[in-house]
Structures are given as C-alpha cells and as structure tokens.
Design a protein around this ligand. Sequence first.
Ligand code: TXA
Ligand code: MG
Length: 341
Amino acid sequence: MKKISTAHQQTGLTPEQQEQIAAAAQILRSGGTVAFPTETVYGLGADAANPSAIQKIYRIKNRPADHPLIVHIGDISGLHRWAQAIPESAWKLAQHFWPGPLTLILPRSAHIPDCVTGGQDTVGLRMPAHPVALALLRALGPEKALAAPSANRFGRISPTAAAHVRQELGTEVDMILDGGMCQVGLESTIISFHDEIPQILRPGGITLAAIEAVLQSPVLLAHNHPQTIRVSGALPAHYAPATPLRLYPTAELWRHASALAEQGLRILVITWSDSDHLRSALNRLIEQSAMPSDPAAYGQQLYATLRQADQSGFDYLLVEMPPHHLDWLAITDRLQRASYH
Ligand code: TXA
Ligand code: MG
C-alpha cells in the first residue's frame, strides 16, 4: 500500500492547528500577545525582543514591572543568543531535559530588553515540549523567542486548559491557541546558575534527584530566597484560589472539616489517600474531592480542581497534606503558597 505522508503525520498537528499557529506567529511578529499551551501550564506570550509587546503582558497580568519573565526558545542553540557565560552544567541539563519543564537562570546577553529580565543581570530560559508551543516557536524562526509568564492574573492559579485562559483573560489576549489539557499541570522547575553550586528556586516537574543524577553533583534547594532575586513564584502567597485554603495532616483533616461544617460553612475536602470521613448529619455541608495518590497525576489535576472549587461557592477548601516525599515537593510548595492568607 502506498504511504501518503501528510504534514499532520509529520508534526502531529492538524491542518487547522497549523493554520492557527501561522496566524498566531503573524500576531506576535506585529507586536501582539498570544496565549499558548506548554506541557506545564498555558503561557501568555509576546516577542521577547519587542518592549512594547512585553508591556502588554505586564498590563494584562497586573504583574509588577520588576518580576522577570521566562524566555521560551524553540531550539537549544538559542541559549547562545539569549544568554552568555553558560556553564557546562547548564548545557548538560538543557541537553538532557529539553524540550521539557526546566527553566535555566543564566547571565543575560546584551540584547535582551530590561523589561523581560525585570532589570536583573540574568535571564530565565526554557525550551517547552508541547508540540503547539514548539511549532509556534519554529514558525517565528530561530532569531525569535517568546517571553511568556503563566497566562493568569498575578498571584492566581496558573491555567492548565485553554478554557481557563478564556475565562480569566478573555478578549484582552489577541489569540488563544488550544492545545488541550497540560500534561504536567505545574510550572517548570527553575534552577539558577548564579552561584557556583546550582540552586533550585522553584520545584517543578523535574525533580532535584533527576537533576543531581545528570550532573553527578549536589544541587541546593532554596528555602528562603534572597530578597534580591525576585521570583514571584517564591512569594509566600501565590498560586492562590480566591476561596480560603487550609492544609492539614490526614489525622486532623476531618475534625477540622466537621468543626467548620458545625458553624454552617460549606467545605470541600481535597484528599489523596483513601481517607474518608464518618457519615454524619453534617455530610451535606462537606464534600470530598478524591485526587489521585500518584504525584504526577495529582499535579496534573491540581489547578483545574482548585479552579472548579473556586466556582462552586465553598467557604473553605481543606486539603490533605501530601506525603513527605521529594516526588511531592512541587505540589506541597504550591499548596503551601495557596494556603498563605
Ligand atoms: O512552566 C513555566 O515555567 C510556565 C510556562 C508558561 O513556561 N511559566 C511560568 O512563568 O510559570 P511565570 O512568569 O508565571 O513564572 C516564572 C518565574 C517567576 O517566578 C519569575 O520571577 C522567575 O520565573 N524568573 C524569571 N526570570 C528570572 C530570573 N532572571 N531570575 C530569577 N527568577 C526568574
Ligand atoms: Mg505564574
């Protein structure tokens, strides 16, 4: 049988998607903004070399001007263009984990606008793995890159579906590319090469253990970020739903839920273990969202679950503390920030 090779088969993208990507690239070239899917969360992108396009991102997000943006590139060779004095260990990680959910903080090259880096002397770079993101970057060409924060208002939950972006940013964005549900569901791991020993500034889809295994040397985990490095994802209150969220160990979870329900409050309990509360008259005030007990599956669903909960009129979200295991680090990090009120 004769094989017909279509563009769809080569890229995994439908002709409609390819048309939309071409239109999105045109919008970006003329200084507009496009929300696009990545494997972590949806990004709000603009041409990284166009300061007036970058300003639109800050306006749409209500983001303080000194919080730097991640620059997304379509090929590892883009590292040369956007960064300089790149240490060997950074190359190793890029070669091993890109395209993928890892952002490298490196000394910036001269031609990056100040507004992208928040005036700092470093730049965050990442090559995303989502086929739509890669096709968009390739349509823009090797000279171009996309500065893109997560496509949500500052401090809120990152979007993991195109519908989330539409609900939150609507017509303020020139175009939204739909690439389905994000696979990872939590933002990228951020690692800084500012000091001699690399340091993880934000835990994410790529674990510390995986990074150490590739480098064959230890990596630090930043607990308290120096005030001079402005990582908005490192503010104590971030990634937050509008409904108050509390984190409790499994043994205390249902007691707290019952106490709040006794006051007539509507509670959603979010669990990962098969813990179940005793059936009681308060049941109608307490609902349970049973999440997967596998951290990868939990991470993928977390933000969508919090968004859904926010729209359901609960007075409190009570979340079961995740297991104390490195595989749950990124999830625990986000839940702790979401619970800070
Ligand atoms: O997975 C992700 O990283 C997603 C997708 C869209 O790629 N992006 C994302 O961007 O989470 P954003 O802006 O929401 O978070 C990026 C974080 C911020 O906390 C920012 O402060 C930090 O990266 N960052 C960017 N450049 C930096 C730099 N030069 N030094 C230190 N932190 C930096
Ligand atoms: Mg964000």
